[in-house]
Design a protein. Structure first.
Ligand code: HPA
Length: 276
């Protein structure tokens, strides 16, 4: 996936309006409602963009929403792509690269996930400090797109420290409790086994989910600072007697969406002009 293909998509978007978003926001399962906060929204469906993969996951609309949030121009992905949908891993880098070419200066990622840390509770928000890629693959495998970044790239500051500090302060100012921890990316589509969850806890995971890791890898490759926040929609497999089910995940995500919405809005308002 080269710059030419990305540019074609960017051109198609630019024909619908002269957007110059400052921030990209990826909305996780059941969290798409954040786009309702945007002033003067303009919708661009993925299926109107040449070569753009279609998002099929439940609770994901499949469109970009451009607009203003807390006085800043943003683009939201109302519907993300997941590896388990059958997209080649490399196509999960595409939306991030499109947003980078549109000029965003930071990427905010949200997701619904399972709590692995036994101190967590359903409904908690967790600031991602770092991740473990347990997907067994990587969206940057293949010829390197030199226009975006180097073949071998550093991940030690992928989850930007300044943005994390902004998020902590924003949460405190809104009196929203914010956990911190490590997100482990798993392919799905099944929820994990109890044995896997015990193993992931030993590995250092606090939360587990089926997204985020590919997008953060693509963002780090092209030098985009990332802020990522997880919503714990359930305790991971085997922690409680409850069976895991996708409808329940969406239900809990919907019930906590407003809190996450207000937090993201405050963060966007507070991001300093210079990011270190
Ligand atoms: N595991 C993986 N992905 C998830 C979970 C989970 O428990 N909950 C929501 N997304």
């Amino acid at each position: 996936m080269c710059l030419g293909q990305i540019q074609e998509i960017v051109n198609a978007i630019q024909q619908k309006g002269s957007f110059a978003p400052e921030y990209g926001i990826i909305l996780g399962s059941g969290l798409g409602g954040l786009a309702d906060e945007l002033e003067s929204p303009i919708f661009v469906n993925y299926n109107d963009l040449p070569g753009f993969p279609i998002s099929t996951a439940p609770g994901h609309m499949g469109r970009f929403v451009f607009g203003t949030l807390a006085g800043h121009r943003v683009v939201c992905m109302q519907g993300r792509l997941h590896y388990y949908e059958g997209h080649p891993m490399s196509s999960l880098a595409l939306p991030v690269r499109v947003m980078q070419q549109l000029g965003i200066r930071a990427l905010i990622v949200t997701n619904a996930c399972g709590g692995v840390n036994l101190d967590f509770e359903v409904g908690d928000l967790m600031l991602i400090e770092d991740h473990i890629n347990f997907m067994g693959t990587n969206p940057l495998i293949g010829p390197n797109a030199d226009e975006f970044g180097p073949r071998f790239f550093d991940m030690s500051t992928a989850y930007n420290k300044t943005l994390r500090e902004v998020a902590r302060k924003a949460a405190a100012s809104l009196s929203v409790p914010l956990r911190q921890g490590i997100y482990l990316g798993y392919t799905g589509p099944n929820y994990e086994t109890p044995a896997e969850i015990r193993a992931f806890r030993i590995l250092g995971a606090d939360a587990v989910g089926m997204s985020t890791v590919p997008e953060v890898l693509a963002a780090a490759h092209c030098g985009l600072p990332v802020l990522a926040i997880s919503l714990i929609t359930n305790m991971a497999a085997g922690i409680t007697e409850k069976r895991l089910d996708g409808d329940h995940v969406i239900e809990i995500a919907n019930s906590r969406a407003l809190v996450l919405r207000s937090l993201v809005k405050q963060i966007v308002a507070d991001i300093p002009p210079q990011l270190i």
